[in-house]
Each structure stands twice: as structure tokens, then as C-alpha cells.
Design a protein around this ligand. Structure first.
Ligand code: ADP
Length: 170
């Protein structure tokens, strides 16, 4: 039987336990899961694509059928190129829903054969996102319950005393 590949796209700036929860679930459903970093020129990520790739690789090392990649341009183009049958998205609170529905329907209009599959994370991660992790870490608070060890380390390096970042909201 043909192997089924799914693409899990996102910014992953940085990867959190919420993302990993979704990856775990996707890997259970599909033979091959590609975590694909979307290189979006309009976003200004904290970490470079290479740094994000390293953090994702390190934190998904124990999962066999995962690949880490990056892409530019249209997601459905990339998914087609990689012979993916599905796009994975994580659904958290209702706030995700409208935007995700719009994206999923547009992607289906563009490529009818590629399905968007929504997966719900464990309740523990329902309000977790990368931005909140960065804000909390920027104040020197402990984020080890929210992100893998390598990310904790990278955030500490980035926000060590003396560095200034202007993304603070809290
Ligand atoms: P975006 O693609 O909006 O930049 P991310 O890169 O953070 O967002 O997330 C990529 C995907 O992972 C999205 O489908 C997002 O809904 C999902 N996701 C992010 N954080 C979580 C979480 N805590 N639980 C479940 N899914 C999540």
C-alpha cells in the first residue's frame, strides 16, 4: 500500500509542547509527517529558520516518521510537491476556528485532493502558543513546562540580561 504523507505547516517560532502534541497524534495517523516551517517574509521571527529546524529536530528525535523542512510560497504547492495527502492543523480554542476554516476551504478549492485534518491537543495545551512563551521567557520566567529543554536553553540565551527585545506586551 502507498505510504501516506502529511504536512504540518507553521511558524514554530519556537516549537512548543502544543505543537509536539499535534505531531505525536499526526504520526499515529500517517506514515510520514513533514513538519514544514513556513518562511513568511511579512513575519519577523525571533529565531532563524535554521535555529527553528534544529530545535524541532532535537525535540522530535524520538519519533521515527518525522521529517523537518522549510518552504516558501503556497502551502498546497509544497504539499503537492511532497506527495502529501493531508495538511495537519492544530485546533485550540474557538478563536482558531474561523481563520482555520477559511484557510482549509481555500486550500481545498486550490487542490481538492489534499484534505486538511484538524487535531485537538491535550487540554493542558489549549491556550499555549509561541508568542505567550516568548513573552513569559523575555521576563526571565521559567517556561520548562511549556517547551522542550532545547527551547528553554535557546530562549535563555536570547533573553539573557543585556539583550533587548521590543516584543513585550505583558
Ligand atoms: P501559525 O501557523 O499561525 O503561525 P504556529 O506556527 O504557532 O502558528 O502553529 C502551527 C500550527 O500548530 C497551527 O495549526 C496551530 O493552530 C497549531 N498549534 C500551535 N500551538 C498549538 C497548541 N498549543 N496546541 C495545538 N495546536 C497548536
Amino acid at each position: 500500500m502507498k505510504k501516506k504523507t502529511a504536512v504540518y505547516p507553521g511558524t514554530f517560532d519556537p516549537i512548543t509542547f502544543g505543537h509536539i502534541d499535534i505531531v505525536d497524534r499526526a504520526c499515529y495517523l500517517f506514515d510520514h509527517v513533514i513538519i514544514a516551517i513556513a518562511e513568511n517574509p511579512s513575519k519577523q521571527p525571533l529565531f532563524s529558520v535554521e535555529e527553528r529546524k534544529d530545535m524541532i529536530r532535537e525535540s522530535t528525535r524520538s519519533i521515527e516518521n518525522v521529517e523537518v523542512d522549510a518552504f516558501e510560497g503556497l502551502l498546497v504547492e509544497y504539499a503537492t510537491l511532497r506527495n502529501a495527502v493531508a495538511i495537519i492543523r492544530g485546533l485550540r480554542a474557538v478563536t482558531d476556528f474561523e481563520y482555520e476554516l477559511q484557510m482549509a476551504l481555500m486550500n481545498r478549492n486550490l487542490r481538492d485532493k489534499i484534505a486538511t485534518v484538524f487535531l485537538m491537543p491535550h487540554e493542558e495545551y489549549i491556550y499555549l502558543n509561541s508568542s505567550i512563551v516568548k513573552e513569559v521567557a523575555s521576563f526571565g520566567e521559567d517556561v520548562s513546562r511549556l517547551v522542550p529543554e532545547i527551547v528553554v536553553r535557546k530562549l535563555k540565551e536570547t533573553y539573557s540580561p543585556g539583550t533587548h527585545h521590543s516584543t513585550r506586551r505583558l
